[in-house]
Design a protein around this ligand. Sequence first.
Ligand SMILES: O=P(O)(O)OC[C@H]1O[C@H](O[C@H]2O[C@H](CO)[C@@H](O)[C@H](O)[C@H]2O)[C@H](O)[C@@H](O)[C@@H]1O
Length: 359
Amino acid sequence: MTQQNVVVSDTKSGINRAVTVAQKPPTVPGGYISYPRSRRVLKNLENNGEQRINAWVDSMRASSPTHAKSNPSLAEEQYKSWILRHPSALDMFEQIMDASKGKQIVMFLDYDGTLSPIVDDPERAFMSNSMRKTVRKLARCFPTAIVTGRCRDKVYNFVRLAELYYAGSHGMDIKGPSKNSKFFKGKKAEEVLFQPASEFLPMIDEVYQQLVEKTKSTPGASVENNKFCVSVHFRCVDEKKWGELAQHVKSVLKEYPKLRLTQGRKVLEIRPTIKWDKGKALEFLLASLGFANCAEVFPIYIGDDKTDEDAFKKLRDRGQGFGILVSKFPKDTSASYSLQEPNEASDGLSSAFGGVETS
Ligand SMILES: O=P(O)(O)OC[C@H]1O[C@H](O[C@H]2O[C@H](CO)[C@@H](O)[C@H](O)[C@H]2O)[C@H](O)[C@@H](O)[C@@H]1O
């Protein structure tokens, strides 16, 4: 990423600033466990071509709950051993609170699959009122950010809380709350707008149009324009057609070496090749809040899919705070803890932080 691509009102936040590891992760059972992660970034399609697309389709099949259900006893065994390594955040509440004592908690929340349940129609992934209440409560206590693959405006329309930070398009579109946020008053934090991929906008629009055209012939496929990235949805496509749809995506992308593919839940996401992801967005937001080199911060990131792993990993590398993966099924993850579903996340957050005194 070059300096001229950056639009940032907080020049002190240091996008490229090194962050020191100031503290060890909490030593509770199931704390940071290092797992070899399957490669999820399908980069440079021209070179990696066929095999990678096939590997992605295979991995999507393998991680589909339908396949887990085909061998329930094996699935149960695997889950038991996984949950020992990634215990429920609800059960570990006291340990988590102990580890965060005396530190400033900063909350990072993914949207789809974390704050809202996964549904077939991405336009109808609404957040419940009780979840909104919980997030509002959280934001009164801690700086809170939504970090999502969605376009920032769209996710704002779902969440409708002005007091939050929003990092849309996988962190390529970050906007902070207005200056009257309580976390700005007399503090180091500054208002922020950050769009490191703005030069890609025309290219993304072009690719979006082409993908819409190319995928028309695949029943159930849909394409979503997330401003700095594009999602091609597989959820409503017959599994037998996944390979074909992935080939369509590949055929469009081969003309755009400056774009790359990542994988989410039954979705392929097309985004600029800049070195930016949810982990970098987390780091950027911490720096914007004045916590770049601070040992007294305790970031908590809750997310459900592969793109959230960059943030989980960032926390592990910083040795601060922890990640919570929302999943009913065992997944290779750098998160420390787990929650089963968005409802659990709502209940957990509400009971965990509902009574916490604001600083
Ligand atoms: O980073 P996230 O907030 O998790 O966003 C990632 C993608 O989420 C959305 O897709 C997912 O949720 C849809 C609605 O429940 C579901 O239909 C789809 O299968 C999931 O992949 C969103 O529509 C995508 O654009 C985001 O990239």
